[in-house]
Design a protein around this ligand. Sequence first.
Ligand SMILES: [Ca+2]
Ligand SMILES: [Ca+2]
Length: 257
Amino acid sequence: MKITRILSVIAAAALMLEPLSAFAAEKQKPVFPQFNKNEVNGLLTVKLPEGTSADISITFTSPEGIDFPYYSGNFKGGSDYSFDIEGRDNSETDYRYYTLSVLLKSSENGTAAKAFTETFNNGSENTLTIKDVNDNPDSFAEYTYEFTCDDKENADAWEITKTAAASKTVAFHISGYMLGDVTGDGVIDSRDASNVLISYAKASANQPDGLTDAQKKAADVTANGKIDAVDASMILAYYAQTSAGLKISLADFVAQR
Ligand SMILES: [Ca+2]
Ligand SMILES: [Ca+2]
């Protein structure tokens, strides 16, 4: 009698636990029209922090072509999202190198300066490898990317803070400004340089420089606590070089000078 009662309590507790599955990651629908669920042999989960949203895309490169859209969408923070991934054994004639791209947006501080991207299933270590399910029936693989967000001032938009066997933690630093972008329009160009010069001229004439705190941080590209002609010329030089095709962050550019 007693044991039956205990069993029924356990059964009731198990039933009560069931709704927890509602908190499981929300499974996403692929945008790739030839997606074949019978070939799914892996699951990628993305965890997004509260107070953010993210543009997430997964593309793949195969013998048929480069960067096929596989998944794509904008996702609200505070939830987990999962993506079914088809497996390949990556022979010369049949492979898929998937690339995950996550661009995090903080509701307070705007969009990260750069998306996190990582290619997986291409034989590299520390990423997800998904084998062909027909040749490897018991090889289902799962991998989780957990994103965090803070307003730390950092030269890089994100950094990997933790790597485990089947997961990675990536910290996005969104400080509310982009170094060099004084006008706040998302691009670094000659207008930013002239804004720096104007505020420098004002400050030199003992007038208020007219910059917000975020603009001041964006303007001081040399990070010496002063906003002057050196910052302006650095921005102009950077603008000239990147217009000519140079691919580098402004912080790295300044560090190399
Ligand atoms: Ca600008
Ligand atoms: Ca400076």
